[in-house]
Ligand binder design. Sequence first.
Ligand code: AHR
Length: 668
Amino acid sequence: MWLNVHILTLVLAILSAVKAATFNVAISTGGHAQPDTLYGLMYEDINHVCYAQLASSSRAHIFISQSGDGGLYAELIQNRAFQQVTPGTSAALNSWAALNAASRISVVRSNVPVSAALPNALSLAVNAGTTDSVGFTNTGFWGFPVTANTRYQGSFYYRFPNPPSNQVSGNFNVDLRSTGGTVFTSTSVPFTSSAGWKKVTFTFTPSATQASANNLFAVSVTGATVSGLTVEFTLVSLFPPTFNNRPNGMRIDISQALADLKPTFFRFPGGNNLEGQTPARRWIWNNTIGDLLDRPGRQGDWSYVNTDGLGLFDYLQWIEDMGMEPIMGVWAGYTLNTQSVPENQLGPYVQEVLDQIHFAISDSSTNAQGRRRAALGHPAPFNVRYVEIGNEDWISAGGLASYNNYRWRVFASAISTTFPQLRLISTSGTSGNVPSVSGPRPIYWDLHIYENPNWFRNSAYNFDILPRNDLRFFQGEYAVTNANNGTRLSYPTVEGAITEAAYMTGFDRNSDIVFAAAYAPLLNHISSTQWTPNLISYSPNTLFKSTSYYVQQMFGVYKGDFYLTSTTNTASAPVQWSVTRNTSAGQVYLKVINTSTSAHTVVFTLPSSITTINAAGTGRILTGAAATMNTPSSPNAVVPRSFTFTAGRTITYSAVAWSASVLVVGAR
Ligand code: AHR
């Protein structure tokens, strides 16, 4: 159904030969409303390998790079509760080190676990006769920010497994320090040698900002007070201020960068993260809610554990705080080892999904899961309208067959019977082709595409050629991931971003059938990146935005509420455009995307039904050399800039090579 994109070489040749051209664009008053949900976010946190893809593609290791733990989720301590690790191994000590040789640390299975979900603890065994300061450090997620006048709030649990007969007491010192030992901020908390777990809380506020994030968190104690004793610690936590001041909340700078995209929805918790490698390792919603003591965490499928500190309630609360709506994924009986749960064994999983939805939206006065939500502080139902059943259920032949034969039917029937108001999204369609699926007819389809710039340039009309019927499409994941020669991109390039923008004009133009779209993946930690490229990159104390980020922002901020039909172009043309209107603001947005190496002119003529048009307008442009990227060493290599232009009923705009522009005209 889609345009054949294997004429890329030919198209490239044509493009490079294109001389400056002029495109005359007549704008009509007709068109269609832009859906409220059109531009949003796709999010997940996991490090995994996807077996089905290993066999068949260059996407050998499909990872998401500390998007939640170490990213959006503001917790600063890595491996804070020794979740899902094997006690006694050096791997279990990931991120932890003893302060000096006067004590030894190890991860143990505590004889008296702090909770059923958190059986492990860090054991600090202090040498007899020690007078030195002893303790341990944590490396954080590749460092710690130290920011002046910022209040960091911490806590941990401790116990003395073999307390001395004469109770001892003293102080634990907690601090942020350089790797060389310079203490930037500290405080102390009193302890007594109790055999039962005790929780301590503390705060500290650095007076100066440290440019480097190469810092440690340390807990220490004067050796003389604990000489010859062992102390266990767990759930060691440190938070900076969070977005909207939520306890257990999200990083402010990442939240703000996302908010600046003006996103309308947030798809979570995956992506492949939803699926797990086996049914036992799937994302289990009720392991992610309530007290952190009750969250066991989950074995990530490749190299890191998900703490699930960022759990279902935390997602929903933050999504609401951000003014977005959730597109909530539910597990659909398929895992990344290509295993499908047989139909006659799906019952408990279906109930789990129904409970997840009840938790999100059911009345807290009549439903037990709704009551659990209310007990966590949100009596009102969250605004969930869309539920997505599974993820990429085309990924293996067996997964596709089981989804289309029974998995969709079983889950969709049960959900729509209990929650007839929900819009259920199917995941077994690909690239505009939707298979026949048994059970309730899917109306909403999530399609994913990762490709090269030529594919995106030449696919700008893929949705135009789809039949107009009741089907609605969610471009749930898309990105330029490779250069045209196949090289994997480390960060989005100008060429990638601009060709994504050309493709996105197709979302505006076809928003009568495309109800939502999201670039993916969203986030990566620059010190732990396995999937590239990503939209936003960060370290503990920096954040930078990619070229693709600025394109997403252009389409999000200048979405408008109505698409105005205009002269169309062809997929192989060097310039694409879309025209939308913000009725209440009295503005028309002209987006012009030039995916070629030459400048081209576009002449827009506004329709006569628009009677009042300003004589001047303001615009934003993103442009640069095709291969340029924003990187940690050059984070602002390409950023948008503003300009003014002469407006009126006819607007002539010269779009420079490799550019995405929006022209904003006051017009009523
Ligand atoms: O976005 C990265 C991964 O790509 C997602 O987890 C998955 O849905 C797709 O294969």
